[in-house]
Design a protein around this ligand. Structure first.
Ligand code: GLU
Length: 553
């Protein structure tokens, strides 16, 4: 019996690999086009790090007119959850990172290089495993779990490297006849790769992100086909990324140490190895300690968190690009109006160690992103978010004309308002413009410099009775406030007050604050002139009356 016959005994049905090599030809793309993928397991959880990788992958393929595809790695069926693929597809959709090929729903896909779900590629992996067996580069291993544990215990005791390699690789030395006999007897087995490596030799590898790295060669006879007939990650990676004609494997740097094995697999299979770019994980500062964003400990590790909070997808993407390339910040300063699609991302400028995730900064980006939107866009996005998460906000937004006025305050001008960082802040942000909300509970009125009750009542009464007139612009409006201030012994200008503080009670800004607080129960609001325009005289009067009433209690 020879290897070929043995291979036939193990995988009688498997096709010749030439069938697949022809079925999935080299892609006909322009020079330099990047073909890459996002290859998650459908575990029901999409980590922000996965989104980060996808964003980078998508961007590079767009920049080079390449192909970005979504491959689902579901060979570990214990970890799988129902609708896991849908979760991934939707996460990418939410962030408008659209794959050109691959899974598009739980069971549907598009593209010519599929199936894009590994559990459907069983026969392909087996064909390549057969091919390796035929050449004596892979073999069945009959070791039981107990035997493997025994080997490990002995290695531990002798303080030597653990694993299935060299003299420890017991099943490596069976003859073809011995193997055939065991199989015929019905002994259970898995398939292992017969590593040609030696631990005392080094390999050199150039990683697109990590640069030059040296490793000892791989000498482990890793499992390539498991007892359930499905491949391990390592084997599936080699076969899939070869047949899908991936040019760049962009993945988390927890895989960097597997490089010696992966390069060896590509080599022994006769494949050209892709380029590798190992991305450092996103880190978090946890009371002075830098650690990976954790699925268990950090809500913001889940992609779903951003949708729930209503952080605009654009802001998340912009922030992630900030983390990805440090030159992004300067680019943004120089091009405040440009879409992030115009930024040229460079893989080799990515940081070698993990960047810190800074929620404050992300929310700040959120503010800028939202400040650039029109009232209509803010309205639409807030409504989409509200439909899912906030019934009360839907009700508030029901009167669209009014909502557009409120959301339009200080928007669309040169220095737009920058006070909303996420959609979950909209309600709180506009609540005072809604009488139902404003009168709902008794308000705290945070008066500042002028806090004397009589004085405040006087200012409010005077303003509404004597100084409130219909005006055409903000300047005229402010003139009235100045006159009111002056009539009551306050400086018309801050400058005047500063020059002669003894001559005045305070200044026009302090008078304005009284009006603002009485109107909104806040010290900080966008433009008061616009607020007053929207509220109109009756509502202003009513609010002042309430403010006075609250002071009398
Ligand atoms: N399924 C692997 C993971 O989720 C994919 C790694 C890769 O991109 O090759 O880590």
């Amino acid at each position: 019996m020879d290897y070929k016959e043995l291979a036939n005994l193990i995988f009688p049905e498997a096709k010749e690999i030439s069938y697949y090599e022809e079925k999935y030809p080299e892609r006909n793309l322009k020079e330099g086009a990047v073909v890459t993928r996002f290859a998650p397991s459908p575990t029901g959880f999409v980590h922000i790090g996965g989104l980060y990788q996808s964003l980078i992958a998508k961007k590079l393929t767009t920049q080079t007119e390449g192909v970005f595809f979504l491959r689902v790695e579901d060979t570990d069926q214990k970890r799988e959850v129902e609708n896991g693929v849908t979760g991934i597809v939707n996460a990418l959709k939410d962030f408008v990172i659209v794959p050109d090929e691959g899974m598009i729903s739980e069971n549907e896909e598009k593209g010519d290089y599929g199936p894009y779900k590994q559990s459907l590629r069983k026969e392909i992996y087996q064909a390549y495993a057969k091919y390796l067996i035929e050449q004596g580069k892979a073999y069945p291993c009959f070791c039981t779990t107990e035997e493997i544990e025994e080997i490990r215990a002995k290695q531990e005791q002798a303080k030597i490297r653990p694993g299935y390699y060299g003299i420890w690789a017991k099943c490596r030395s069976y003859t073809v006849e011995e193997i055939a006999e065991k199989i015929k007897k019905g002994e259970k087995y898995i398939i292992r790769f017969k590593s040609p490596g030696r631990e005392d030799r080094k390999i050199k590898h150039h990683d697109v992100i990590k640069g030059n790295v040296d490793f000892p060669e791989n000498d482990q006879d890793v499992v390539i086909i498991k007892a359930d007939g499905l491949p391990t990650y390592h084997f599936a990676h080699a076969i899939d990324d070869h047949l899908m004609r991936t040019t760049h494997v962009i993945r988390g740097d927890e895989w960097l140490s597997s490089i010696p094995l992966h390069l060896q697999l590509f080599h022994e299979l006769g494949f050209k190895a892709p380029k590798y770019a190992h991305i450092a994980p996103i880190m978090k500062n946890d009371e002075g300690n830098k650690r990976k964003l954790s699925k268990r400990k950090d809500a913001e590790a889940a992609v779903s968190y951003y949708e729930e909070e209503g952080i605009p997808e654009e802001a998340v993407k912009e922030y992630l690009l900030n983390i990805a390339n440090s030159n992004f910040e300067n680019w943004r300063k120089a091009n405040p109006e440009k879409a992030i699609e115009e930024f040229e991302l460079q893989l080799n400028k990515m940081s070698v160690s993990g960047a810190l995730f800074d929620m404050v900064k992300l929310l700040d980006v959120g503010k800028t992103v939202i400040s650039r939107m029109t009232a209509e866009q803010v309205y639409e996005a807030a409504m989409v978010w509200a439909q899912k998460h906030d019934k009360e906000l839907i009700k508030m937004l029901e009167n669209k004309d009014y909502a557009l006025k409120v959301l339009g305050i200080e928007r669309g001008n040169k220095k737009p308002r920058k006070d909303i960082s996420k959609w979950s802040e909209v309600k709180e942000n506009i609540a005072y413009m809604y009488d139902e909300k404003f009168y709902e509970e008794s308000q705290e009125y945070p008066y500042q410099v002028i806090h004397n009750k009589e004085e405040i009542q006087k200012i409010l009464k005077m303003y509404i009775e004597k100084y409130f007139h219909e005006v055409d612009d903000k300047q005229q409006w402010f003139e009235q406030i100045k006159e009111l201030a002056s009539a009551m012994g306050y400086a018309k200008e801050v400058k005047e007050f500063k020059a002669n503080p003894d001559q005045y009670k305070a200044h026009v800004g302090d008078v304005s604050t009284v009006l603002r607080v009485a109107l909104t129960a806040r010290t900080n609001t966008p433009d008061m002139y616009e607020i007053m325009q929207i509220l109109g005289k009756d509502r202003i009067e009513k609010r002042f009356a309430k403010a006075i009433e609250e002071m009398e209690i």
